[in-house]
Design a protein around this ligand. Structure first.
Ligand code: PHE
Length: 358
């Protein structure tokens, strides 16, 4: 075979092999490598061209054309294969990224408000509608706000009956304690008013946690109270009774009879415990009200002049009423919950059943 024929045959071979490889290339990276291997500077075609120098000069243009034709054929085949692969790869990518929008989603379980929180919300809403402002106070209190200013001086027997959790934080001069009731919010709200240069009228509702070192079937060391008070000129016991009557009927969603029984609290004078007609037997007398037809629900009274004095409000001009109630107790009565401990055990079956209907 002549030199030129052998070169032609080599080129023919090369083209056949290359086209087959291009057609088989599985992805564009492989194709890129093939492009370099055949058409690159050090590629197959270049190495065949090296043989051209040995040809007689008249044959060179002939083979030159042949080489160009091969080069064009390879380049076209590569472009075609690349275009095909890029379509295929795009399809694969789309398929891989496909989202099945018909799959059902993960269901989010809906929580419910704890019955104590529901109690807070319902009660504060009733007072809020009556025009009372909502206030808060700290759970870590000092003796002044929890006791002294509430007319419970040191050595007063009422201090002992409060079963207080005391603690000394490092660097504290005076003792700190966990508030035993929400009544210190009365002091703080009145002080804030006076400090701001204001004057009564003041009508406040405050809900929060309180603590007593006491634990048995009907007592928890942490429980919740709602405190309500009003200070103005000419506030009377009749105002207290009216607000109580309205609140208790609104909360229990029926006309409940109420009665005020004389009692003693250091920070009110006169003081009264408030009973409602038993909600279980409709005031007739049952096991729960011990046959009396009445159930005690809260403590109340007319704010003691010493309390007003402690915060700098003139008790000859202003008077006020106050009451404080145990939230768990009222929620238990409203919903017939038999055991205080249910509030603190976090049994989801109980919490769900008590779940907010809102
Ligand atoms: N602070 C009292 C208690 O915890 C309740 C109360 C509040 C009584 C306001 C009278 C007036 O028992």
């Amino acid at each position: 075979m002549s030199e030129i024929d052998s070169l032609k045959a080599q080129l023919q071979d090369l083209q056949t092999k290359a086209l087959a490889l291009f057609a088989d290339a599985s992805d564009s990276k492989v194709l890129q490598e093939l492009r370099v291997a055949y058409l690159g500077k050090k590629g197959e075609l270049t190495s065949v061209l090296k043989g051209v120098g040995k040809l007689p000069p008249e044959d060179r243009p002939v083979i030159g054309q042949f080489v160009n034709a091969t080069k064009t054929a390879l380049a076209e085949a590569l472009d075609k294969a690349e275009a095909l692969l890029s379509v295929k790869e795009k399809e694969l990518r789309i398929e891989a990224e496909r989202i099945d929008v018909t799959l059902s989603g993960r269901t989010a379980t809906q929580g419910v408000l704890h019955p104590v929180q529901q109690g807070f919300d319902e009660m504060t809403a009733i007072f809020s509608h009556m025009g009372f402002d909502i206030a808060e106070g700290p759970e870590v209190e000092d003796e002044f706000h929890n006791f002294d200013a509430l007319n419970i001086p040191a050595e007063h027997p009422a201090r002992a009956s409060h079963d207080t959790f005391f603690f000394h934080a490092e660097g504290d001069e005076e003792a700190k304690l966990l508030r035993t009731h929400t009544s210190p919010v009365q002091i703080r709200a009145m002080q804030a008013c006076v400090d701001a240069g204001g004057e009564p009228p003041l009508a406040v509702v405050a809900a929060g946690r309180v603590y007593r070192c006491d634990y048995d079937v009907t007592h928890s060391p942490m429980f919740h109270q709602v405190e309500v008070f009003k200070v103005d000129k000419d506030v009377s016991l009749a105002n207290l009774k009216g607000v109580l009557q309205h609140f208790l009927s609104a909360y229990f969603e029926k006309d409940v009879p109420i009665r005020l029984r004389p009692h003693y609290f250091p920070f009110t004078e006169p003081s009264a415990e408030v009973d409602i007609g038993c909600v279980f037997c409709n005031h007739k007398g049952c096991r729960i009200c011990k046959g009396s037809g009445w159930i005690e629900v809260l403590g109340s009274g007319m704010i003691h002049p010493n309390v007003l004095k402690a915060v700098g409000i003139d008790s000859t001009v202003y008077s006020g009423f106050a009451f404080g109630l145990g939230v768990e107790r009222l929620v238990m009565l409203k919903h017939g919950i038999p055991d205080l401990r249910l509030f603190f055990e976090n049994d989801v079956r109980f919490l769900r059943r008590m779940g907010s209907s809102t």
